[in-house]
Write a new protein. Sequence first.
Length: 98
Amino acid sequence: MQQKCIAILDSFEILKKILKDRAVCMEDSITIFDQVLEKPFTIRISKKHRKIQFFSDDEEVAIVSPKTIVIDDEYKEVVEEWLNALTSLGFKRYIPKF
């Protein structure tokens, strides 16, 4: 997971271009909204703080950084899915922003 986090952070500018119409992209963060689960799920990639945070209903349920991994057991699978998706150039799992 840490290697995938590093790959995501290293490709931050490319991800920002790919997600420009599908996420909230700012200078040093990208926020992706996933409505696939029963609860709203948000992924925040922070270039400045070098971490990826996962939220469910505004509660932080996981944080992945090059040095730290903390994940609520209930969300481990979805966090792994998102890390895999974000390291794949052809990923399709996202909900466009409204």
